[in-house]
Write a protein that binds this ligand. Structure first.
Ligand code: FES
Ligand SMILES: [Fe+2]
Length: 424
């Protein structure tokens, strides 16, 4: 296959034929999918504008009026809660002449007000006034008559509300979806919420948040996350305590790639996943397992008995990603710890060091993929079944195919032992 491909070929099913093969025979996704601006633009529309996309954690928009401005497929969106505490999301664009309403994150009392001509919108997006004369209005009292719009023709402010966006939450993650026809979030997540039910995810609170600017496509971060093939070389300290045969595939039907390690790796001198006490009430298996899932399209969900980490890989342009790491802890664990802040910092340091090892390697891959001599590689089935599942979900979206990936028959399947042997 000559590179670069003609972008018209990105919508041709033949282009992906080698990745569509059963994993034993398959090759990786076309390299141009990671390097070409045309593919990035297509993917923004066909994947990100069509899927439930995680945008923040519940704690960032917990109370009425608290808001966070997020971006999905190039659209700026305000996520907030109305006065009843229900999640709401709207396009961040004024219905008058289209200014953005707000930036960043914060809290409004009752409404969002446009910085341009002061149109105001309540927390449900309804247009309140045009403009609104509040006590702190900047319109001098003697000039207010000039702004009276009582005689405006064919204007109904009830039709001038902010454009709504679908919003939903699971556990402590908030998702938005730009497309009206996409099935509900529950369909995308499949059986993952049921599998993680014992961990009481909605009770976890945000403890730390770190951002990384990565010079690599978001898919490389996803693919790196979901394979343990690289462990001995990229994470020499981790593999000593997290042996390959402790890894199991752990996935049912749904748009996610799941695996777990049982038992959880012990801590080393460089720290580890233990430290903060575990929550109470976990069953015998959950209590000794680390659950990892890449939820399509772009978030790693890492659930351990004593903490939760989300890694949001937000596309920031062709070959660039902003990764946001959220570390969440449970009030029960904090109460049981003699030094909750120290324990939490210890967890963060460990995740940060592993993550930096991963970032360095995916940036090398991005550089390698830019070389047109490379035409894609063969998948190594035992190690890269997860990547095969992920890349086929992505191709489905690009081609507009609505398949829901099936799961394994057994709850856990060994990843690196004898093939397909159920866990004992
Ligand atoms: S553009 Fe928002 S009030 Fe004019
Ligand atoms: Fe890694």
């Amino acid at each position: 296959m000559m590179r670069p491909l003609d972008p018209a070929q990105f919508l041709n099913a033949e282009t992906y034929a080698r990745t569509r093969l059963p994993v034993e025979y398959a090759s990786t996704l076309i390299p141009d999918a990671y390097t070409m601006a045309e593919f990035y633009a297509l993917e923004q529309e066909r994947v990100f504008a069509n899927s439930w996309v995680p945008v923040c954690v519940t704690d960032e928009v917990r109370t009425p009026g608290e808001f966070k401005v997020v971006e999905v497929a190039g659209r700026s969106i305000i996520v907030t809660r109305n006065t009843a505490g229900e999640l709401r999301a709207h396009h961040n664009v004024c219905r008058h002449r289209g200014s953005r309403l707000c930036e960043g994150a914060g809290r409004v009392e009752r409404f969002f007000q446009c910085p341009y001509h002061a149109w105001a919108y309540d927390l449900d997006g309804a247009c309140l006034g045009t403009p609104l004369f509040t006590a702190d209005s900047r319109v001098p009292v003697e000039q207010r008559a000039a702004f009276d719009m009582a005689d405006v023709k064919a204007f109904d402010r009830n039709e001038m509300g902010l454009y709504p966006v679908r919003v939903s939450e699971w556990g402590c993650l908030v998702f938005v979806c730009l497309a009206a026809e996409t099935p509900p979030l529950a369909d995308q997540l499949g059986d993952l919420p049921a599998r993680l039910n014992g961990y009481r995810l909605s009770e976890f609170r945000l403890a730390r948040r770190v951002e990384y600017q990565i010079q690599a496509d978001w898919k490389l971060i996803a693919e790196n996350f979901m394979e343990y093939y690289h462990l001995p070389w990229v994470h020499p300290a981790l593999v000593k305590v997290s042996p390959m045969d402790a890894h199991y595939r752990w996935q049912g039907p749904g748009m996610y790639v799941g695996f777990c390690t049982t038992p959880i790796a012990a801590n080393t001198d460089d720290g580890g996943w233990k430290g903060l006490p575990a929550i109470a009430g976990l069953n015998a298996v959950d209590g000794v397992s680390a659950r990892f899932a890449w939820v399509f399209p772009n978030v790693a969900v890492n659930v351990l008995p004593n903490h939760v980490v989300f890694l949001l890989a937000q596309p920031a342009g062709s070959g660039r990603t902003t990764e946001v790491a959220y570390l969440l802890t449970h009030p029960e664990s904090e109460a049981l710890s003699a030094d909750p802040a120290g324990d939490t910092d210890g967890l963060l340091e460990f995740w940060d060091s592993v993550n930096k090892e991963d970032i360095a390697i995916v940036e090398l891959v991005q550089d390698g993929l830019r070389n047109p001599a490379y035409a894609g590689g063969r998948m190594c089935y035992r190690f890269e079944e997860s990547i095969h599942r992920f890349q086929n979900m992505l191709i489905d979206r690009i081609l507009g195919v609505g398949t829901l990936p099936p799961g394994d028959d057994a709850e856990t399947v060994r990843m690196f032992g004898p093939r397909n042997a159920a866990a004992t």
